[in-house]
Design a protein around this ligand. Structure first.
Ligand code: BG6
Length: 487
């Protein structure tokens, strides 16, 4: 369904996010007919470009980041016709750009501001929008992490933005919520009768959430300031955990869902003091080999002035949710760079059957397991026990019921940003983080970070191309459990 015409103003228009994600995502939506030339994309940044130069940048971005088979010259020509550009330095009033010719006053044209810029520019940018008269009560603003490096700085950033934009105008992106497989988690849980009755501590032994990446991080400028806890756990992994653990929302209205996520966040058992050392593990990769290619250590990748850094490139945590549904069910989470492969999944490990009638069978019944594969090889596997076919008596075997998205659906899977960018135009905030959620997530993460700082020790090292430090394996094996690793 096409969306209303819009004016999308992208601050930070020459940056990496715009080139890699935003322009390709908008192109795909344009190509699928979800909007047409009536909509405008207005690039804004300090660099002095003309409209034609910005259109060239857009064309290059499509040629570089959109799969060849989707590149179509005529569509690209039409698409970039929607692009214009205004040089602007928000920090210097004398060099403020004039958007009045680019923006339309027609109330039917949705106005959205995408701040693809560093958070310290959010305040000046909002001020610019207001003072230049571009603010409208129905305008929307899109912001994205890093939304702070702790609770205090996150409050500061949110305060800056909320001086001008009301909460119902603010779209905080966590791109994991835009992933098809993550949204599918909602369908799986709440569009089936099967799972919900057993989705609790009586039937679930534990949950695992793994977001593994094979890429390194030492050459990414921002990463060393951040580390895995802030970069991945505070946002993406906590969001996944909330979707697994929340109570069924009454509807898909934004606040219905976000209220439920918030309750989970507020029920997370705080990890502080001695618990930090007991239930969290930090790691940093040494050199090794990933997918058959030799790779350097994190330290070797770092620039000279950062050598010796103790930033974690891996983290594993045993989290607990203190509420009726989840009491006693650990959520083991882990994420890291330079692990064996790119593999993200959620594993729901059920309890074993209370009594086995198969005294004489070969092979004992194993507990069922639901594996939700987020990427790559998107899909869902439900491991069940069956009788091995054959006349030789009862032999029990574990087999997965396997729903592979690639085999089941012919359509291309849209990228997260495609969905999210247009949800902004639709005014649909369900897949965006509310301020209180974000702050509750920081409240949980900050004491962990502080605990590490106090301990003042170095992260454990792990060889690139493995599943992380041995401490992460010990973390789960101490409880008599193991990480799920057979896909
Ligand atoms: C980003 C992190 O938010 O997510 C990166 O900052 C990480 O460090 C990326 O690589 C992973 O996203 P995806 O979509 O590739 O899983």
């Amino acid at each position: 369904i096409p969306v209303q015409p819009f004016d999308y103003v992208v601050f930070g228009a020459t940056g990496d996010l715009t080139k890699r994600k935003l322009i390709p995502a908008l192109y795909h939506r344009f190509k699928d007919g979800q909007f047409d030339e009536q909509s405008r994309i207005i690039g804004v940044s300090r660099t002095k470009l003309t409209d034609a130069e910005f259109q060239k940048l857009a064309r290059d971005s499509i040629e570089t980041f959109v799969e060849k088979s989707y590149q179509d010259k005529k569509t690209i020509d039409r698409f970039i016709g929607a692009f214009s550009y205004v040089p602007n330095d928000v920090t210097d009033e004398a060099h403020w750009g004039d958007l009045s010719k680019n923006l339309r006053e027609d109330p039917k044209v949705v106005r959205a501001f995408y701040l693809a810029i560093a958070p310290d520019l959010f305040g000046p940018t909002c001020e610019y929008i207001l003072k230049k008269g571009y603010y409208r009560r129905d305008a929307r603003v899109v912001i994205e992490k890093p939304l702070g490096h702790d609770l205090a700085s996150s409050i500061e950033i949110n305060d800056e933005v909320s001086k001008i934009f009301k909460e119902d105008q603010v779209y905080r992106i966590d791109h994991y919520l835009g992933k098809e497989t993550v949204q599918n988690l909602l369908a799986l849980r709440f569009a089936n009768i099967l799972f919900e009755p057993i989705w609790n501590s009586a039937h679930i032994d534990h949950v695992q959430i793994t977001v593994a990446e094979s890429v390194g991080a030492g050459t990414r400028g921002y990463y060393d300031e951040s580390g895995a806890l802030r970069d991945m756990v505070q946002n993406h992994i906590i969001q996944l955990l909330c979707l697994v653990a929340m109570e069924p929302p009454a509807s898909d209205a934004a606040n219905a869902l976000r209220d439920e996520k918030l309750k989970v966040l507020r029920s997370l058992k705080p990890i502080d003091g001695a618990d930090v050392g007991r239930v969290t593990v930090r790691g940093q990769y040494r050199g090794g080999s990933v997918d058959g290619t030799a790779v350097a250590s994190y330290q070797d990748e770092l620039p000279e002035d950062k050598k010796g850094s103790r930033t974690e490139t891996f983290v594993a945590i045993k989290a607990e949710i203190e509420n009726w549904r989840w009491s006693g069910v650990p959520f083991y989470i882990r994420t890291g760079k330079r692990l064996v492969s790119r593999a993200s999944e959620i594993v729901i490990q059920f309890r074993n059957i209370p009594h086995s009638m198969f005294d004489h069978a070969q092979g004992a019944p194993k507990p069922n397991r639901l594996v939700i594969r987020i990427q790559p090889d998107e899909g869902v596997k439900l491991f069940l026990m069956i009788k091995d076919p054959g006349p030789g008596g009862m032999r029990l075997r574990e087999v997965p019921l396997n729903l592979s998205f690639a085999e089941t659906f012919a359509e291309r899977t849209p990228e997260a940003y495609e969905r999210l960018l247009l949800d902004v135009i639709r005014g649909q905030q369900t897949l965006f983080m509310r301020r209180d959620e974000l702050e509750a997530a920081w409240e949980w993460v900050d004491p962990i970070r502080n605990g590490w700082d106090l301990a003042n020790d170095a992260p454990q090292t792990y060889t690139a191309g493995t599943w992380g430090p041995t401490g992460a394996i010990a973390l789960i094996e101490r409880d008599g459990r193991t990480w799920h690793e057979d896909g």
